[in-house]
Design a protein around this ligand. Structure first.
Ligand code: UD1
Ligand code: CA
Length: 453
């Protein structure tokens, strides 16, 4: 059966106290609306309609997509009015309503809900709550059949005692929704067109309302302020941590782990505390990541070790290679197998061949460094003249003396050596020593200046 999805995202979110529209606030590095859109996509609908209002332009720009159709609700007159704005674009047999500020809803839960909707049946996602204050209440008859939803502000004391709340998420037959929305009125406590009034209309028309529940109540939790946003974030992270552990990762403390993107993990991976993974990260078997590392859009090959306080972005750490503590691998950094990058070393657009080493205090930018080459402490590639960038290319088994300045463009052949403290401005052929420094002279009997007492 075909499916249209309508995501309501027009509300202002005053309590966020923010210039950013509420649905653009991030959970795990991705906007709440972005999460909902991704989940909607997983259901393979024929269309996704996003109803926007407050901050409409910002939302549209930030989350452009060929498969998204934005509908503007100029005035927020209620959830029923919001869905009605999308009506002209709906043609599927089933319509599913989602909320842009309820980001943790799972595709599995929605699949279960969708199994229950049909031409003669609505499907409503409900949740049992200890404190249902603020929620619409699910009113059932003596046989337990859903009769209506009554909003908190319109509920009698008896209805307020009902603990089954409306999550807001529901699926309805596409052939009927237009007619029901057309009949909504706003004569209620809030003066709004309630989507929830559709339930009683459907029942009056002889349809049945089936219900389904999320596995976890946090799936249907919305974020109205930054406190709730933080709760959603923590919940998301706990879920992510549990999933990784289930796949064979040791997290030293699952409460101190953050995933802001996608990660693919192998077995027997060890992740110490306060590690943040961002973007798309691939971690192969037996990798170890020390505490306080940020790893973004990077690949860590089998047995790689990233030591404490390292920052990686767009990097590849080769098999059994290691980096850190305090390594900075910027985009285009590629470490070969068993390569070693030590403390306070920065790489950018630089390849370190198999077994090559840069142990201490270096900047290697726009460089290609051959296998087993050793970069002495304090070595700098001078790759930038203020306008242009130049490359430094080194062969295999090169030895760069400590504190060398390598003024690019530069080629150093296999087995070349540079003397410590050299400023190298010309190519060094293979198996040759390049020295570029002042010669030392010793002055005998030199008297140091004395202080006048
Ligand atoms: C709604 C439900 C309530 C349910 C609760 C769950 C109705 C009438 N009530 O109440 O039964 O328990 O959600 O959280 O549906 N929105 C628009 N345009 C509008 C109004 C709202 O896009 O004109 C969007 C909001 O941005 C928000 C969502 O719809 O994402 C829900 O609106 P909100 O005003 O928060 O509904 P509630 O009063 O919480
Ligand atoms: Ca709400």
């Amino acid at each position: 059966m075909s499916l249209d999805i309508v995501i309501l995202a027009a509300g202002q979110g005053t309590r966020m106290r923010s210039a950013l529209p509420k649905v653009l606030h991030p959970v795990a590095g991705k906007s709440m609306l972005g999460h909902v859109i991704d989940t909607a996509r997983a259901l393979q609908p024929q269309s996704i309609q996003v109803v926007i209002g407050h901050g409409a332009e910002q939302v549209r720009q930030r989350l452009a997509g060929e498969d998204l159709n934005y509908v503007v609700q100029a005035e927020q007159l209620g959830t029923g009015h919001a869905v009605a704005q999308a009506l002209p674009n709906l043609s599927a047999e089933r319509v599913l309503i989602l909320y842009g500020d309820v980001p943790l809803i799972e595709a599995d839960t929605l699949q279960r809900l969708l199994q229950k909707v049909g031409p003669e049946q609505l499907a409503l996602l409900t949740v049992k709550l200890d404190d249902p204050t603020g929620y619409g209440r699910i009113v059932r008859d003596a046989r337990g059949e859903v009769q209506a939803i009554v909003e908190h502000k319109d509920a009698s004391d008896e209805q307020k005692a009902i603990r089954e709340g409306n999550t807001g998420i529901l699926a309805v037959p596409g052939s009927r929704i237009g007619e029901w929305l057309g009949r909504l009125s706003n004569s209620n406590a809030q003066g709004e067109y309630y989507l929830t009034d559709v339930i009683a209309m459907a029942v009056a028309d002889g349809l049945r309302v089936a219900t389904e529940q999320p596995l976890d109540a946090m799936e249907v939790q919305g974020a109205n302020d930054r406190i709730q946003l933080a709760e959603l974030e923590r919940h998301y992270q706990q879920r992510a941590a549990r999933r990784l552990m289930a796949r064979g990762v040791t997290l030293r403390d699952p409460a101190r782990f953050d995933l802001r993107g996608e990660v693919e993990v192998g077995r027997d991976v060890l992740i110490d505390v306060n590690v943040v993974l961002e973007g798309t990260v691939v971690i192969e078997d037996d990798v170890q990541i020390g505490p306080n590392c940020v790893i973004k859009d990077s690949t860590l090959r089998r047995g790689a070790i990233v030591k404490a306080n390292s920052h990686l972005e767009g990097a590849v750490v080769g098999e059994s290679a290691d980096c850190g503590p305090f390594a900075r691998l910027r985009p285009g950094s590629v470490l070969g197998a068993k390569a070693h990058v030590g403390n306070f070393v920065e790489l950018k657009n630089a390849t370190l061949g198999d077994g090559a080493k840069a142990g201490h205090l270096s900047y290697l930018g726009d460089a290609e460094i051959g296998a087993r080459t050793n970069i002495g402490a304090g070595t700098i590639t001078c790759n930038y003249d203020g306008a242009n960038k130049f490359r430094t290319v080194m062969g295999e088994d090169v030895f760069i003396g400590s504190n060398s300045s390598l003024v690019a463009p530069l080629n150093l052949g296999d087995g070349a050596t540079t003397g410590a403290g050299s400023t190298i401005t010309e190519d060094v052929p293979a198996h040759t020593l390049g020295l570029g420094r002042g010669r030392q002279r010793n002055i005998e009997g030199w008297q140091r200046p004395k202080k006048q007492s």
